[in-house]
Design a protein around this ligand. Structure first.
Ligand SMILES: CC/C=C\C/C=C\C[C@@H](O)/C=C/C=C/C=C\[C@@H](O)CCCC(=O)O
Ligand SMILES: [Zn+2]
Length: 607
């Protein structure tokens, strides 16, 4: 049972920021790749808000707490009593530390993580590209930092941190902090993040990594075998930083580097400050999927600088970021490309609304997920509906005024965590006050509180897509040979639009003809592969199976594998095969991915 909570508390954390706030964390950890654990201690520097409080509550999940000490000055330590509550399936375990006599300035928690820590993935060498050294990386968003550090795991609390890390010599250790660019000789590293961040932005990665600069403030870390391809793919990153700064103000984090993870990474990217974690599935060879880099970079303003203060407000992070992402793409590659990407995103949102077990509440920008696992209710609503709302504001008040407002908003709330009500107050006072009736209150409320997309949402089109609609109609109606197959000069986004618009049923002969002409089953573009596999699954196009199995064995990105397993599990002819693939693939998946796929098969069994 969840403890009684202060009115504005974060339902996904046992922390009590109204009682005490962690202002800084010093980590001193060793990475044991044989046992697949981190162990050592965390020093939490405290700022007491309630001088009468006699308890410190922290979030943990599967941590073994060995000892707790307290100190007033960081020199003299005294052991403290502590207790771990029963584990909650979503929140993990509350760690309660007894405070006797004077309230301490620092609490030192001696602990070790579990090999099954939900926020860490430990890969054996054979699971990496180079197959020479093991690899470990974290994913803390939304509530997984607690599985590798005992802390106040809520975005409402922001803290600086420093770390001492010991790893096997020869491996490079990185964090969401000031980073080395070469491995240390003895495997010992020191890190510092001197700007206050929320816990979900704590990050760590250790592996056989090399670095190459791709600009004045940007560089790429990757396994040596993947470095050249990564450097080529993300060559525009420095330009993206410059464009984003010209639109929304200075980049406040120093460096902006990219860490290319093994393909088991569960997300496209994770906006860990100073070091975005990136999936290798966006290395398409033609830079067609770099909107993801624009997205993670954009988080340097929305999400990392101005942060949602709980996970019901996720749209404050992701909606603003998706809007800024699209503006960066437009500035670099033109309005047509930006429109194509937004139109595809809106079609993806419509799919989510149609296909996911998405309750009506999850179609709202501000759902109430207080009693739910954030990973289990993850949809594109916050991203695409959120950015659509900002595009609506842009259309109503004009781009120049909206940009000026966003610059002011990011600056005013820099390094703070807020909720939507605070945003709305600032919007009213600084944009709508002199916008007349451009944004009626009823429309504002519809965007923020109603499910679905308002009928007054602005419509976006891409010029190239009209011709593709015609080509698709011809492909589906004519005899295949006569009309000739469309698509020989299409770019990634045009292909995605063509495939997305195909009906649920397409006869095998047409699929085979497309495959024959454009080798779609063997494409190296993960987005096209995903779209094509979905079409093949629902039409029983068995030719895809060997490549689909290879994809599911190699790639752990939830965006792809969860819907693919969902489609396979929905078909009697594919369910057992899919389970056999999952049984082989799961050891290579991140715990977050494994959990989601298990949920897919559990739902299918209960259908
Ligand atoms: C209604 C949902 C409310 C809150 C959910 C909060 C977090 C969900 C948790 O699963 C963490 C998500 C992290 C996402 C990280 C990167 C994304 O921006 C991109 C993911 C999609 C992709 O693979 O491209
Ligand atoms: Zn994001």
């Amino acid at each position: 049972a969840l403890p009684a909570r202060a009115a504005n508390a974060d339902a996904h954390s046992y922390a009590q920021p109204d009682v005490v706030r962690v202002s800084h964390i010093d980590l001193d950890l060793s990475a044991d790749f044989d046992a697949k654990v981190l162990h050592g201690h965390a020093d939490l520097h405290l700022e007491w808000q309630d001088r009468s409080a006699r308890e410190l509550r922290l979030d943990t999940r599967e941590l073994t707490i060995e000892k707790v000490e307290v100190s007033r000055n960081g020199r003299r330590w005294r052991e403290a009593g502590f207790g771990l509550a029963d584990a909650d399936a979503i929140l993990g375990q509350q760690l309660s530390i007894a405070i006797e006599r004077q309230q301490p300035k620092i609490v030192r928690v001696h602990y070790r993580t579990a090999p099954t820590a939900s926020g860490l993935q430990w890969l054996d060498a054979v699971q990496t590209l180079g197959k020479a050294q093991p690899f470990m990386f974290s994913q803390s968003q939304a509530i997984h930092a607690r599985s590798w550090v005992p802390l106040q795991d809520t975005p409402a609390v922001r803290f600086t941190y420093a770390a001492k890390l010991a790893v096997p010599p020869g491996l490079l250790a990185l964090m969401s902090a000031e980073n080395p660019q070469q491995p240390s000789e003895d495997g010992r590293y020191r890190f510092r993040m001197s700007q206050p961040i929320p816990s979900y932005l704590m990050a760590i990665a250790v592996g056989r990594l090399a670095f190459e600069a791709i600009g004045e403030r940007a560089g790429v870390y990757a396994e040596p075998e993947r470095l050249a391809a990564s450097v080529h793919e993300f060559a525009d990153t420095e330009r993206m930083i410059g464009v984003a700064e010209s639109l929304y103000g200075d980049y406040r984090w120093g460096r902006y580097d990219l860490l290319i993870l093994p393909p088991s990474f569960p997300y496209g990217g994770m906006e860990n400050p100073r070091l975005s974690f990136i999936t290798p599935t966006v290395i398409a060879g033609d830079r067609s999927l770099v909107a993801l880099i624009a997205h993670e970079l954009a988080h340097s303003w929305s999400g990392n600088l101005v942060t949602n203060d709980n996970w019901n407000e996720f749209w404050l992070n992701e909606g603003f970021t998706s809007y800024v992402e699209n503006r960066i793409i437009e500035a670099l590659f033109g309005a047509e490309r930006a429109n194509m990407e937004f139109v595809l995103d809106t079609r993806g949102l419509a799919d989510d609304f149609r296909s996911l077990p998405v309750s009506e509440d999850l179609q709202r920008l501000r759902p109430d997920i207080s009693r739910l696992d954030p990973d289990a209710v993850y949809t594109t609503t916050a991203y695409t509906k959120g950015s659509w709302f900002l595009k609506y504001l842009e259309r109503r008040v004009g781009r120049e005024r909206l940009d000026a407002f966003l610059r002011s908003y990011f600056d005013h709330y820099a390094f703070k965590s807020i909720g939507t009500d605070t945003f709305l107050d600032y919007l009213q006072a600084n944009l709508l006050a002199d916008a007349g009736d451009a944004v009626p209150a009823a429309e504002l409320q519809a965007w923020l509180n109603q499910p679905g997309i308002p009928e007054f949402a602005p419509v976006y089109e891409a010029r190239a897509f009209a011709a593709i609609d015609a080509a698709r109609a011809g492909f589906l109606s004519g005899d295949i040979g006569a009309a000739g197959l469309p698509g020989k000069d299409w770019n990634t986004h045009e292909w995605l639009y063509f495939l997305d618009g195909l009906p649920q049923e397409v006869d095998g002969e047409r699929l085979a003809a497309l495959d024959e002409a454009f080798t779609l089953t063997r494409t190296g573009n993960s987005e096209i592969a995903f779209a094509w596999f979905q079409i093949g699954i629902r039409n029983g196009y068995a030719v895809i199976r060997p490549q689909l199995e290879r994809f599911l064995m190699e790639v752990g990105r939830r965006k792809f594998v969860v819907p693919l397993y969902r489609s396979l599990a929905a078909r009697d002819a594919d369910r057992e095969w899919a389970k056999s693939v999952f049984d082989k693939a799961r050891t290579g998946y991140h715990p977050i991915t494994t959990g989601s796929v298990e949920e897919v098969f559990a739902r299918a069994a209960n259908r």
